[in-house]
Design a protein around this ligand. Sequence first.
Ligand code: FES
Length: 161
Amino acid sequence: MKDDHTTVLARLAPEPVPRRDFLGLSALGAFVTALFLAFLGIIRLPRVVVSASPSRKFRVQLPESLQPGEPFVPPGRNVVLFRDSEGVYAISLVCTHLGCIVKPSPNGFECPCHGSRFAPDGHVIGGPAPKPLPWLAVSLEGNEVWVDGNVTVQPGTKARG
Ligand code: FES
């Protein structure tokens, strides 16, 4: 009777796992875990998103209240427009040093990145910018101004209505 009891207990007790089997199972578990995590990583990779940048040629309506010499930056554009007695003109706001967007200031434009300063007509008055801000082609159609950011013009070129 006692032997039967011992035999039953021996059958219920888990067999000790040999060291070699344990290491093999651990390696297999680590491999499966690594595969699973790699799969999760692939699933979570950022998807390619192609977003169209705004066209560099656009039309805009100048505010009626725009004063001569007052800068007007159309929303979402890196261009500033001015209107004076000689016409309308546009100057790029992209710094000629490393491409930051310059900000209109009382004395012209200032670059927030490395401190270049530009006169109101875009020429450099303080480096490191190597070149003036380019003037861009503009044309007038009624109350609307067409700006072509792909075409630079001589500084001083203004569109008359
Ligand atoms: S990018 Fe404007 S000064 Fe450097």
